[in-house]
Ligand binder design. Sequence first.
Ligand code: ADP
Ligand code: ZN
Ligand code: MG
Length: 482
Amino acid sequence: MSAKGNYEAVIGLEVHAEMLTDSKMFCGCRVVDSVEAAPNTAVCPVCLGMPGMLPVINSRAIDYALRVALALNCEVQLHNIFARKNYFYPDLPKAYQISQYELPLARHGWLDIELPDGDVKRIRIRRVHMEEDTGKLTHLETGGSLVDYNRSGVPLLEIVTEPDVRSGEEARIFTSNVRQILRYLGVNSGDMEKGVLRVEPNISIRPLGSYILGTRTELKNLNSFRALADGTDFEIKRQSAVLDAGEEVVQETRGWHDTRRVTFSQRVKEEADDYRYFAEPDLPPLQLDEIWIEEIKAALPELPGAKIRRYRETLGLSNYDAGVLAEDRLVAEFFDAAVDAGGDPKTMANWMINDLFALMNEHKQSIDQVNVSPAGLVELGELVAGQSVNSSTAVKVLAEMYTTGQTPGAIVARRGLAQISDEAELAKIVTQILSDHPSEVADYEAGNEKLKGWFVGQVMRATRGQANPTLVNQLLDEQLAA
Ligand code: ADP
Ligand code: ZN
Ligand code: MG
């Protein structure tokens, strides 16, 4: 919206995800970390585009691409063609990129995203196809450019949506859901800063109520979710101002300036680029086996959206807790294992989110590195439920489970941490505390009821936090009333 016109934003996203295969798309070169590996150390005549070299398709890349296509509810096409996309640029040694054009791997999918107000919105997926990444150029301030071909030929997946997105926030949510799916499927690390996941929004605006698409701009070099949301919103405002001024939006590619937080023109596209696509003559058509696809489908894990829904609706977790636990697949599987072993979902969730995560943070460890097992967490829950330890002691036991790897039962026995539920023993302690603090007792009797909590605290201190709190409260009530 703007001062004058009442506009609607129309946005289609192109997501490029490098696939975490061991080797490249069409040669045996290793896929290496683009930041850490020395430049041009993972290259060969195929990915350097030497004449006469023949590509061979990496079947692991097809497996990965199929996982994503199926997770995004696409129709997979059995008959696939690779195409040459021709253009000259120094990051492309062959002067063409092997991609897919007319017969992509998959089409007509969708992904439901949840908006901040709780509404669910379906974003349609137009196509998912496979291609190879280009090299990486570094432009020097002193003039000239450096090229690193380590990335040349890395398997790349392109996911293209229909123009169903309406704001920077929706673009961010969609992309973050796709990222989470890619990570669940083990296809991509999701590291936007390293550029292994890149998103380019195509943005136009139109008068509210119109069904005609306006002229679009395409936004590049967004390397964080914040840049994606802010860059998209900036572009919507900019285009609104252009139309309000009675001018026309120019179809172009624009860049995002991350420090000035504005978009700027990079390349004006007067008409569609002519890439002179044609079928790749060095690769046969790729005919996929239906049984293989069914196997991949059957092996898909429960995806994050479904997990969050199940945590909320079946296990009764809050929206926040469900989201935090489902964020990382290994964390979610730890939680699932604890619940499967009989753990109470809310207790398990609380301990994981409040205590286990804090310990992991402190020790800089991820869930697959910790000593605590889901079964250990369940056993701790049983000790609390059976009143063998109280819940504040349980937190201490968990910390010790974390550092020693011992079971909670063993820790409680060795350190004498069992909850004190012996009424006679506790009654003696309560009596002692009340007689040690006559003026507080007098204050309490004069109406200062807050002192009750203070007395509880004294008893806890005297028992190193091990007293049964229900019993302490009951005994205090009895003795203070006497
Ligand atoms: P190209 O081949 O130039 O990248 P496509 O037609 O394949 O263009 O579209 C790419 C993306 O742009 C898709 O996500 C599509 O939904 C989106 N898109 C196309 N036209 C518009 C438009 N006028 N406004 C907003 N998004 C658009
Ligand atoms: Zn190679
Ligand atoms: Mg495009």
